[in-house]
Design a protein. Structure first.
Length: 329
């Protein structure tokens, strides 16, 4: 019997391609989550309450999962020990475990802006922040893949992604209110790049293979939920209670989407890096947002030719920036 050996560079390339495909998938899932959280926020009349519900359901899912799976509990123990002794190899600084704050911000922004901007415009605004900031995050070495230098193609890829965003929102240029509101998801995109990087660090420290990624998601949701409880308490005092809970059960699945999104991203970022993960999710977000706005629109804004053209251009940006990484071994 003859066994054909797989060359190391071939194995690495396959892992990177699988990682890029996974990034596209979680980007599409993010578009669905945006629609769900935006719809919940609109019906509640309170984006913070919607964000709290989304993070709360995700936290409950992960708490139950951790209680049932010993491997996740061991990974969480590894994270705790690393935080207590950050000078040891694999140690974590406390600030490397607050990715949940970034996630809480993004989910709150989803709940506030999606029903006004529509999913497609919300996503491309978030892309504007994510595309450039993920390049800088990689350069600073925040992610578990370590410090990655700037390259011509990576910079060109980020630039093309930003041009795609401008093209996609070009119909909004005459509406100052919409453009000002789009600043919020753009800042959310910046937060997403930072979140993906430091969650990847947590997953690496947690170890345990797939359990490490789930443990990183649990830390992310726990921190974000705690922060949102405090913010919601202040919101309750200042603005009063939100509207009654809607009866549509689908609107409460945003947290479950987030659990999948965060856990998979924490695992994939170790393979492809923050920048390629960001561009892969960008492509998934844009395609997914077009589908969502066609099937279940969040606003009365129609899908226009510039939005479609911007989506296609963003896909070109993914290819330009990712292919050199896939070639490298």
């Amino acid at each position: 019997m003859t066994v054909t050996a797989v060359r190391p560079e071939t194995s690495v390339r396959r892992q990177q391609l699988a990682g890029l495909a996974a990034a596209f998938g979680i980007g599409s899932l993010f578009a669905i989550q945006s629609r769900l959280n935006g719809g919940l926020g609109e019906l509640l009349g309170d984006g913070i309450a919607a964000a709290l519900i989304s993070f709360g359901t995700g936290t409950v899912i992960l708490a139950i999962t951790a209680a049932l799976v010993p491997g996740i509990r061991r990974s969480l123990g590894n994270v705790w020990r690393a935080i207590r002794d950050p000078l040891n190899a694999g140690g974590l600084r406390w600030w490397q475990c607050i990715g949940g704050l970034c996630g809480a911000w993004m989910v709150t922004v989803q709940s506030i802006t999606v029903h006004v901007l529509g999913v497609a415009v919300f996503i491309v605004a978030a892309v504007a922040g994510q595309a450039g900031s993920s390049l800088i995050v990689d350069r600073l070495g925040f992610g578990p893949a370590g410090r990655q230098e700037f390259s011509t193609l990576r910079i060109v890829g980020a630039g093309v992604a930003l041009v795609a965003v401008v093209l996609a929102v070009s119909d909004q240029l005459g509406h100052s209110t919409g453009l000002l509101l789009a600043i919020l998801p753009a800042l959310g995109g910046v937060a997403t790049a930072v979140q993906q990087a430091i969650n990847g660090r947590v997953a690496q420290t947690a170890a345990g293979g797939r359990y490490g990624a789930v443990a990183a998601g649990a830390v992310n949701f726990g921190v974000g939920f705690a922060a949102l409880v405090v913010v919601f308490g202040i919101d309750l005092v200042l603005r009063g209670a939100p509207n009654a809970l809607p009866g549509n059960p689908w609107l409460y699945l945003g947290g479950a989407c987030g659990v999948i999104f965060m856990s998979v991203a924490a695992a994939v970022v170790r393979v492809v890096g923050v920048f390629v993960l960001g561009l892969g999710t960008i492509a998934g977000q844009l395609i997914g947002s077009l589908v969502v706005d066609l099937v279940a629109p969040a606003s009365d804004k129609a899908i226009t030719l510039p939005v479609v053209a911007g989506t296609l251009l963003a896909l070109v940006a993914v290819v330009v920036a990712a292919v050199p990484n896939l070639r490298r071994t």
